[in-house]
Design a protein around this ligand. Sequence first.
Ligand code: FAD
Length: 491
Amino acid sequence: MGHGHPTRSLTGQPLPGPRTSSRPPSCKKHSVSTTSRGIVIAGGGLAAVRTAEQLRKSGYQGPVVVVSDEQHLPYDRPPLSKDVLNDSGKGVGDVIADVTLKPAEFYSDNDIALLRGAAAGSLDTAARTVTLADGMVLDYDELVIATGLVPKRIPSFPDLAGIRVLRSMDDALDLREHAASARRAVIIGAGFIGCEVAASLRKLGVDVVLVEPQPAPLAGVLGQRIGELVARLHRAEGVDVRTGVGVAEVFGTGGQERSDSGEEHGGQERSDSGEEHGGQERSDSGGEHGGQERSDSGGEHGGQERSDSGEENRDHVAAVELTDGSVIDADLVVVGVGSRPATDWLVGSGVSLDNGVLCDEVGRTSEPHVWALGDVASWRDAGGHQVRVEHWSNVADQARVLVSAMLGQDAPSVVVVPYFWSDQYDVKIQCLGEPQAGDEVHVVEDDGRKFLAYYERDGVLTGVVGGGMPGKVMKARAKIAAGAPISDVLG
Ligand code: FAD
């Protein structure tokens, strides 16, 4: 691995000559070592930035290198489906600046080497090296995996222009451009991202059909009852919400373009557990959510994967046929059927994978000196379950815990109550705690648009979900953290 390729030091400077990649096996001690290879962070999103920042805040003075396969400075993803998409008045430069997490000076001032357009290609845990896609080899004392997610595709979709996904800044800018001239969009999958895109496209005046195989939007994450309140919100804004149906075929302008399997698309099996950023996936028995192994390894070659180059030379999407036989004319299709952990580069490395990178409760993987956090990582929770969380606020908490453990410092002893939000129209949907779709749901307020609901499992308050009720959601934090009985919140 890396044999014959130039190597790169942790400051990103090419080293003088090629070096052999074979090294004696590294010491198995699972704490930071005193050599000066430094810490490599693979991934260029929120988790990478928070980790790098936390390392410096915690007094770590060795080399830190962040390896990002994107060209942009690391940026924040939540606005991609919201302001980036619907604020059509803003120029692209301003849009990018608004969501950039840290200015370029942050990296230079903190002596953090940020390698952009550099994909981690493989890992050799014995040699403690990461080989980049271009062949460069990086040595590390400690490696942090923060490679996030890859959007799932529907491989059997035909190769048509106008079929998009949304995960990255480039996806968002591209979708924004398409949306500017779109008349009608079909959004496949009513998870958080599908719902947010629906709201943003409505704001731009696009007709939207939201297709979800489950009985209601977000039903897999929040349960059917709350999902129906979300459907009501979208219908009130003019979205045509079709539930209980999938996609049978997709047609292009040049005639019928069969989606070849004839199977039902729409993500029933893909989007029903912890979809997108609403995701919080449990895999207690080590297998039921083995997403990255079982699902879409071939899925990235579907038509909707293609970038815009040459888009004008291809047929454009024209219509979508649903499994109930209805045909919807559409000039834009957004596939929002969830994401899978970006772990392809780790296959064969020895790092244990099962619906993400398996970690203990502080982010240690199965391999010494290798850690993981963020959307890609499945951490063990206090109950011994593996849980992979796809939420923004989780990342900073994990970075603090992981860095403390790595540096041998006391881990922060805060009780973290999981939290995420989703902005749809003027309604901020907030979720605090760990509600599950199967919990009993108590809707305690509902004015026809805004709502508040408590979730109960075995008599205990597990979470609260509110739409447009920020203060009331947050008020439940202490009770959720304490595992209060549901009677504490039900008058
Ligand atoms: P990411 O942000 O995905 O970063 C991973 C980075 O690693 C990416 O830059 C990727 O390109 C890079 N990478 C991947 N593979 C490699 C490789 N081999 N080598 C180098 N680099 C690699 N959460 C909320 O709580 N509320 C919201 O409203 C919300 N909205 C969202 C809207 C959208 C459109 C999306 C996509 C997510 C949203 N989220 C939201 C989720 C939140 O953004 C994520 O939880 C968060 O971004 C996770 O950060 P991360 O660093 O783990 O992963």
